[in-house]
Design a protein around this ligand. Structure first.
Ligand code: ADP
Ligand code: MG
Length: 243
């Protein structure tokens, strides 16, 4: 379970996130949609402490931190218990697919090489990339790189995986394979918070759709209710523009 309360983030004078409250139960998939410039990425980055919120608190199971006086140790804990998957997988260019997964296992999780490689191969297998274990990122397609990035995030066994538009930098024909991997994770009850513009996927995979605009959560509901019976006029307008 992850619970965010009153999360507020300013850049200079501009309040980009305003008193965000969000509670994600273990094993659930929450999908954030909304116009660009709305604060979706900033919210994920705040959860992962890539940005420091100005106010609010976060709870992950037994761990709790107040952003206003968060300690270095708490930041470390938060980072190790949440994993981010970016638009561009940010793989190490000079490491193979397998090494991209084993390196954090060895450095952060303090595993020995044999152990890390065993887990690395299992993870590559789960994302359909075992055959490419010795390939370097530049020889992989965008979709393959994203799948390795997802396997790397899974390796850290985080409480939640945060996806920031994982398919928006991909050629259209590569989107499906990445969404498929995320769908499989959802079927195995991986807790995830996903920002995406892929409405059909959102509808398929989400337990809850979160519609954000201008730093606020406008509406949140299970997909069917959200798309078929939106409560807010603003949500209706947004949905209608997508089709
Ligand atoms: P979204 O992901 O919904 O498109 P973002 O979270 O990227 O939106 O951005 C929300 C707002 O915050 C935008 O107005 C953006 O320009 C601003 N912003 C994001 N990151 C920074 C930053 N590092 N410094 C200043 N402004 C930023
Ligand atoms: Mg964004």
């Amino acid at each position: 379970m992850i619970e965010i309360k009153n999360l507020t983030k300013k850049f200079d004078q501009q309040e980009v996130l305003k008193d965000i409250d969000l509670k994600i139960e273990k094993g659930k998939v929450f999908v954030i949609i909304g116009p660009s410039g709305t604060g979706k990425s900033t919210l994920l980055r705040c959860i992962n402490m890539l940005e420091k919120p100005d106010k609010g608190s976060i709870r992950l199971e037994d761990f709790e931190a107040d952003f206003t006086n968060i300690t270095k140790k708490q930041i470390q804990t938060l980072r190790s218990r949440t994993s981010m998957v970016f638009q561009n997988s940010n793989l190490y260019r000079n490491k193979t697919a397998l090494e991209n997964i084993t390196t954090p296992l060895i450095l952060v999780k303090k595993m020995n090489r044999t152990e890390a490689e065993k887990i690395g191969m299992e993870l590559l297998n789960r994302v359909g990339m075992l055959e490419k274990k010795d390939s370097y990122p530049e020889t992989l397609s965008g979709g393959e790189r994203q799948r390795v990035g997802i396997a790397r995030a899974m390796g850290m066994e985080p409480d939640i995986i945060l996806f920031d538009e994982p398919t928006s930098a991909l050629d259209p024909e590569l989107v499906g394979e990445v969404l498929e991997v995320i769908k499989n994770l959802a079927a195995q009850h991986t807790t995830m918070l996903i920002v995406t513009h892929e409405m059909k996927f959102a509808r398929n995979v989400a337990d809850q759709i979160v519609f954000m605009e201008k730093g606020h959560i406008v509406e949140m509901a299970p997909p069917e209710e959200f798309f078929e019976h939106p409560k807010q006029e603003r949500t209706r307008q947004f949905i209608n523009r997508q089709v």
